[in-house]
Design a protein around this ligand. Structure first.
Ligand code: NAG
Ligand code: NAG
Length: 326
């Protein structure tokens, strides 16, 4: 389930991995993934996310929300959640049914997946923006604007038909509109407030160096690992003296299960040029005290090799020699 969501997130979240997450609008979204295996077997999976942090799970059998954080209720009452649970549950069943009923008409082929993503985005100092999108097999199918469904430009003929049908559900579309334009931003504000301490925490990274598999004869791949930091924005680069090394290759910032982040930054250099290089890490938790790791201090691989392997080989040679002489 998590994998699906991650895949979906990367597909649906534009620019989810930029370096300036600080400016990024704050988004709350729910994701519903409906899997259709055959005529008789379907499955719904749902979750809710604050930015890239999962805040809610969902038991699709009972329709109950699963509150993953102590602050996942924001400022909504139990009654409000029960009302929303009922709404999501009946909508999710209906959603499955609509697609099951039109498999041949819309030329859908088992097994397939339909994903719905809906949420709201807060831009500081501006009105919030609600959005709902539906994708079929990972491609945009249609999106919801101003109480109507609009076909995605690349969706083809099938999309027009799906939209026409969905646009007949006036009552549901009114509810969807209210949900994502009014309820969602209210909930998001309450959630941000309830989770403030957690969301604004600062966790210092650990950093270490290693060498990757050699890129070629006489070359070294220097790798700088930065792990366990929060929030996500971080600046990591290889330096020669005070100069940033242009060859720095930044990996993707990857999530740890505990909500902190990991980043690996590598540099491919001539082995004899490695001395004097350093990896520099700047992060808000370090309060201006960058972490700087020098490559010289780190030459354990060669030394360990010499210290362990060479005596072993000598011992083996000695043993062999003794055995022959016996
Ligand atoms: C949205 O719908 C309302 C009422 O149906 C209309 O007054 C408004 O102009 C529409 N807005 C856009 C951007 O289409
Ligand atoms: C929750 O907080 C938000 C923002 O402060 C507010 O707009 C909303 O009305 C509150 N909702 C409830 C149910 O108290």
């Amino acid at each position: 389930m998590l994998l699906l969501q991650l895949v979906l997130l990367t597909v649906l979240v534009p620019g989810g991995d930029s370096d300036d997450d600080f400016q990024e609008p704050i988004t709350f979204r729910i994701i519903l993934t409906s899997s259709f295996y055959n005529r008789a077997r379907t499955q719904n999976q749902g979750s809710a996310w604050l930015g890239q942090l999962q805040t809610h799970g969902w038991d699709s059998k009972t329709g109950a929300f699963i509150f993953l954080r102590p602050w996942s209720r924001g400022n909504f009452s139990n009654e409000k959640f029960m009302e929303l649970e009922k709404l999501f549950y009946s909508y999710s069943i209906r959603f499955l049914q609509v697609f099951q009923d039109h498999v041949s008409q819309w030329q859908l082929e088992y097994p397939f997946q339909v994903q719905l993503e809906g949420g709201c985005e807060l831009h500081l100092g501006e009105a919030s923006v609600g959005f709902v999108e539906i994708a079929y097999q990972g491609s945009d199918l249609m999106s919801f604007q101003n109480t109507s469904w609009w076909p995605s430009p690349k969706g083809g003929r099938r999309t027009e038909e799906v939209c026409t049908l969905f646009n007949r559900f006036y009552v549901i579309n009114e509810i969807i509109h209210t949900l994502f334009s009014d309820t969602c931003p209210q909930f998001l504000l309450g959630l941000l407030d309830a989770g403030k301490a957690y969301l604004k925490r600062q966790v210092r990274p650990e950093a270490w160096l290693s060498s990757g598999s050699s890129p070629g004869p006489g070359r070294l791949l220097l790798v700088c690992h930065v792990s366990g930091f929060y929030p996500k924005p971080v600046w990591v680069t290889w330096m020669r003296g005070e100069q940033e090394h242009q060859g720095t290759r930044r990996g993707e910032v990857l999530p740890h299960a505990d909500g902190t982040w990991y980043l690996q930054t590598s540099l491919d250099v001539e082995a004899r040029e490695a001395a004097g290089l350093s990896c520099r890490v700047r992060h808000s938790s370090l309060e201006g005290q960058d972490i700087v790791l020098y490559w010289e201090q780190h030459r354990p691989v060669g030394l360990v090799f010499l210290a362990v392997i060479v005596p072993l080989v000598l011992l083996a040679g000695l043993a062999f020699w003794l055995w022959k002489r016996w």
